[in-house]
Design a protein around this ligand. Sequence first.
Ligand SMILES: Nc1ncnc2c1ncn2[C@@H]1O[C@H](COP(=O)(O)OP(=O)(O)OP(=O)(O)O)[C@@H](O)[C@H]1O
Ligand SMILES: [Mg+2]
Length: 326
Amino acid sequence: MSLAIETKQLVKTYSGRKGKEITVVNGIDLQVEPGEIFGFLGPNGAGKTTTIKILLGIIYQTSGEASVLGREAGDIEAHKELSYLPEKPYYYEHMTGLEIMRFYADLFGIKDEELCKRLLNRVNLSTDMNRPISQYSKGMQQRVGLAQSLLNDPKLLFLDEPTGGLDPIAHIEIRDLILQFRDEGKTVFISSHELSDVERICDRVAIINKGEIVKQGRLDDLLAGGRVEITAGSVKQELADRFRTGDTVVSMKDDRVIIDIDEEAGPNEVISAIVGAGGVINSVIPRRIRLEDLFLESVAMDNQAKGRVMGRMTEKKAPAEETASN
Ligand SMILES: Nc1ncnc2c1ncn2[C@@H]1O[C@H](COP(=O)(O)OP(=O)(O)OP(=O)(O)O)[C@@H](O)[C@H]1O
Ligand SMILES: [Mg+2]
């Protein structure tokens, strides 16, 4: 099966002041598999919306290739099977939620009032569908946007900042809807600054910085810490000391021990040795890197912010390191 989205060496330049060219997307290669939720992350101005607009055929690339659902970006046939929720959706404020749905349905040539109502119901707006948009909160407007984006039963959805500025309950509602889209076999491409949302729902991500992809892959692989934390009780000091080899960190309090060990260094042997000596294993937790840390490391490398951000991260780590060496 072909990829849902693919770009090869995609470049977009604008002419800036005094005719100087500004490259805002600089040779990006993206691969999005069908049926996955793909997160597109990056700081403000990194090139996310520009890339989405190229994929939708709203603007043209300067060079490189972009394909969507196996067709060239902008292809009319592909358009029938995709939808787009812009980062700043604009609605005629005097229209009601239902009128907006009818308006967009008309654009797709769909004359199905029941479908409009069903979709509004799906995003929890059935009781508000006859109120004008001017009376909708931001979260309600975002939900109309999602309902509208489902009108053509798309195979591929582009959601640019779908949860930006929403309260925690609205976040959860929209996250759940996006997970349902995946369950229905749809591909979802999300640009977002909400790293906790991305961490919860995305299968794969790409991080873009200054127009270049700096990380791309399965979230589980990118966040795999490569280390395991074993917590055990009823462990004798002599046994705990035996585990202090290489970069394994052992911290002991009374007969409770926490062992932080590299996956490759054999956590199973440690567990067997503890159990064999009459100890009790309380937990074995594979340690994951936080997406926030991965993001900061990926995008802060050449910024002045690096010093500040990394300084903060080191400060945060200090107490844990202190405990571990006790
Ligand atoms: N029409 C344009 N002419 C010139 N420069 C533009 C134009 N549109 C966007 N840019 C520039 O392209 C860069 C990338 O913008 P883009 O909107 O793609 O960023 P983004 O990653 O979506 O950011 P945000 O997270 O703030 O939404 C920015 O520096 C922006 O100023
Ligand atoms: Mg944007």
